[in-house]
Ligand binder design. Structure first.
Ligand code: NAD
Length: 289
């Protein structure tokens, strides 16, 4: 890669802490190479103490754009010039586009989730979804699903710092979209089972299932699931969480991990930066999808 960098090469990157484990450099640099674009994507370890200066550096060094991940997704919004409607509603940004020094904030997590469902032949318009998790990713999924026409949304969260956020998200959805959103305590497993029974799709957007909660699941047993229920776990490391094992045990025909969502959120960011479609079939091969 270094040999191909020229005086005209445009720079993009990821601002997160930690950042080095990310698949985004592999994904975007492969796509740049396939399309012959003179761009390079690198990782920057940036935490909450550095994010303001890092955003200034985007302007100073004229970076073409950036991804933003934990813990900066909410904090970065106040340093940007404009926010997309989804970014504004979600209150978090994962993609910055530099338009002649004006920095635009976007959120492609929910778009990536919806594109991943489409890629798997699932259409949730007018249907009911049960969603566990009202953190950054859960909020992006809830808002985008509601904007795209999901009929009913049951959001479950434990009584932690995200509980109030679940209520704020449901309120926004009920006020601004045609979707009916409800919030329930994730501690109430009988209610979770009852809600899943009438749902078309169950999605886990909590961190339960990945380190440090690897091997754990928000759903206690496979009898919460039935064959025609779509089960999604947005975790991609490990690729098969305990939740997806339970979905397999229950014989669910469609059960999906988070790699596809990661790919399509990246493809949406790539399009915003370059105006070009990411060659997703090539990237799927590189990611082992
Ligand atoms: P976050 O910190 O904003 O939210 C964490 C969520 O997990 C909250 O809803 C919280 O209540 C819940 N949670 C935490 N501990 C819990 C426990 N013990 N029991 C039940 N719920 C618990 O994090 P985030 O950015 O929303 O990420 C959540 C998960 O989604 C992570 O595993 C992350 O890797 C994954 N993610 C995947 C993609 C993708 O593209 N596939 C994108 C973003 C996030």
């Amino acid at each position: 890669m270094a040999q191909k960098v020229t005086g005209h090469t445009e720079l993009l990157g990821l601002m997160a802490m930690p950042s080095r484990h990310s698949n985004s450099p592999l994904m975007h640099n492969t796509a740049f190479e396939k399309l012959g674009l003179d761009c390079v994507y690198v990782c920057f370890d940036v935490g909450l103490n550095e994010i303001e200066d890092a955003v200034k550096a985007i302007r100073t060094l004229n970076l073409k754009g950036c991804n933003v991940s934990m813990p900066n997704k909410s904090a970065v919004c106040r340093y940007l010039d404009r926010l997309s409607p989804a970014c504004e509603l979600i209150g978090a940004c994962n993609t910055i586009v530099n338009k002649n020094g004006q920095l635009e904030g976007h959120n492609t997590d929910g778009i990536g989730y919806m594109a991943m469902l489409k890629d798997n032949g699932a259409d949730i318009r007018g249907k009911k979804m049960v969603l566990a998790g009202a953190g950054g990713a859960g909020t992006a999924i809830a808002i985008q699903a509601a904007l795209d026409g999901v009929g009913e949304l049951s959001i479950f969260n434990i009584h932690d710092e995200f509980w109030e956020n679940a209520h704020r998200t449901a309120k926004k959805i009920n006020e601004k979209t045609g979707c009916k959103a409800y919030v329930h305590p994730l501690e109430d497993k009988a209610l979770l089972k009852h809600e899943i029974e009438s749902s078309y799709i169950f999605t886990n957007a909590t961190g339960v299932g990945m380190k440090p909660l690897e091997g754990m699941t928000v759903v206690p047993s496979s009898d919460f699931f039935r064959k025609d229920l779509i089960v999604v776990d947005i975790i991609y490391s490990p690729p098969k969480t305990r939740l997806l094992e339970l979905a397999e045990e229950a014989g669910c025909r469609i059960h999906i991990n988070g790699t596809g969502m990661m790919l399509f959120q990246g493809a949406a960011a790539f399009k915003l930066w370059t105006g070009r479609d990411m060659p997703v079939d090539d990237i799927k091969e590189v990611l082992g999808l």
